[in-house]
Write a protein that binds this ligand. Structure first.
Ligand code: GTP
Ligand code: MG
Length: 394
């Protein structure tokens, strides 16, 4: 678009000078007017590109949303890009098995029911080997043989018990998915699928951006958005501030399943408490006086599994939570409780002169493409409405 605009400006320059030389030439006048109209349209279009920022703590799902946008509203991933994820996915496998084996050793010493964490003698050797490999900078290729060994260790009852305690171990959320796909991942012809790419875990460093327009079923192109993805871990956040100017909306991702986990970068800090503080800080930023806030309560799939086993009140922010029911009803009750906490936080952290900015909450599972598509349709509608309102048309 910038290129088109420059070309137009160039040609307009020459036309304008010609225009001055022969002001009475009706054909040229018409051409000039046409070009001016086009420039005006281009400029308007550029102005209408809305800047969206994905913010949130590390691991909250920002890049997964970003990948979904690429899949949904752009060309997706070509074969080379898919293949580029193979080393990442294999690293996720090596990393997972190392964490689990070392975790089992620790739990077999420190835990009350220590016996169930003792890996069988024949699998200990495998464990030691992958504990060493997992600490290397370069991992070997994941061959069928290696995958078989990792699979054997994964199925050891002590490792399965350790997996249940994964919340204490900084175990990545993709652990189960990849451990159950080892044979496929180790195929010589292996090309990651879309699903594999969505599960792959890489910590973002720096900033990436994408421009897109959510095209509806009627194929009419909507607003144009420029979406920025940033790294969420503490040492990445100083880069955020450079992006805070002229933001239409912040999409804040909060992983609601992480209420019983501690930060990757600080083992003493509960992840949900960190998210709470981070959200408060973002809400108070002077640049965001008129910015819309779209809060994605993400990882709902993990939340609904966890909440029936681990009470919400293990997290200090939710200590007044009282379960009222069981099953699906209890899940809904717990979700509504968390949602209300975020709502309260929003209104507490929003000064009265800012209360008219948009604030919406969405329940998301970033891995679920249909849901992300539906959510972005709603986001698009909300932001369009806001624009019309600001232009005095609503
Ligand atoms: N089950 C499940 N996993 C998710 C969901 N959202 C993200 N993940 C997984 O969680 C991990 C972390 O997600 P990312 O998108 O990389 O997190 P991030 O916020 O970009 O993290 P940083 O780049 O460190 O800031 C990945 O393995 C994702 O596949 C979700 O809704 N459900
Ligand atoms: Mg990321």
């Amino acid at each position: 678009m910038v290129f088109v605009l420059c070309t137009l400006i160039d040609s307009m320059g020459s036309l304008c000078s010609r225009h001055r030389r022969s002001p009475a030439d009706p054909e040229e006048n018409e051409q000039t007017a046409e070009i001016e109209r086009r420039i005006e349209q281009e400029t308007k279009a550029e102005k209408h590109i809305q800047k969206l920022l994905l913010l949130g703590a590390g691991d909250s799902g920002k890049s997964t949303i970003f990948k979904q946008i690429k899949l949904l509203f752009q060309s997706g991933f070509d074969e080379a890009e898919l293949k580029g994820y193979t080393p990442v996915i294999h690293a996720n496998v090596y990393h997972t098995i190392k964490i689990l084996y070392e975790g089992s050793k620790e739990l077999s010493q420190s835990s009350e029911d220590s016996l169930k964490f003792i890996v069988s003698d024949e699998n200990k050797e495998i464990g030691e080997k992958f504990s060493e490999i997992g600490g290397r900078l370069n991992y070997p290729r994941l061959t069928k043989e290696i995958a078989h060994e990792i699979g054997t260790l994964w199925r050891d009852s002590a490792i399965q018990e350790t997996y249940v305690r994964g919340n204490e171990l900084q175990l990545p959320d993709c652990a189960h998915f990849f451990m159950e796909s080892l044979q496929r991942l180790s195929d010589v012809e292996y090309v990651p699928t879309k699903e594999d790419v969505l599960h792959a875990r890489v910590r973002t460093t720096g900033v990436v951006e994408i421009q897109f327009s959510p095209v509806g079923e009627n194929k009419k192109s909507g607003e144009v958005y420029r979406l920025f993805d940033v790294g969420g871990q503490k040492n990445e956040r100083r880069k955020w501030i450079h992006l805070f100017e002229g933001v239409s909306a912040v999409i804040f991702c909060a992983a609601i399943s992480e209420y019983d986990q501690t930060l990757f970068e600080d083992d003493n800090k509960n992840r949900m408490m960190e998210t709470k503080e981070l959200f408060e800080w973002i809400l108070k930023q002077p640049c965001f006086e008129k910015t819309s806030f779209l809060l994605f309560l993400n990882k709902f799939d993990l939340f609904e599994k966890k909440v029936l086993k681990v009470p919400l009140n293990v997290c200090g922010w939710f200590k007044d939570y009282q379960p009222v029911s069981t099953g699906k009803q209890e899940i809904e009750h717990a979700y509504e409780f968390v949602k209300k906490k975020f709502e309260e936080l929003y209104f507490q952290s929003t000064s009265p002169d800012r209360v008219d900015r948009v604030f919406k909450i969405y329940r998301t599972t970033a891995l679920d493409q249909k849901l992300v598509k539906k959510t972005f349709k709603l986001v698009d509608e909300t932001l369009r409405r806001r624009n019309l309102f600001e232009a005095g048309l609503l």
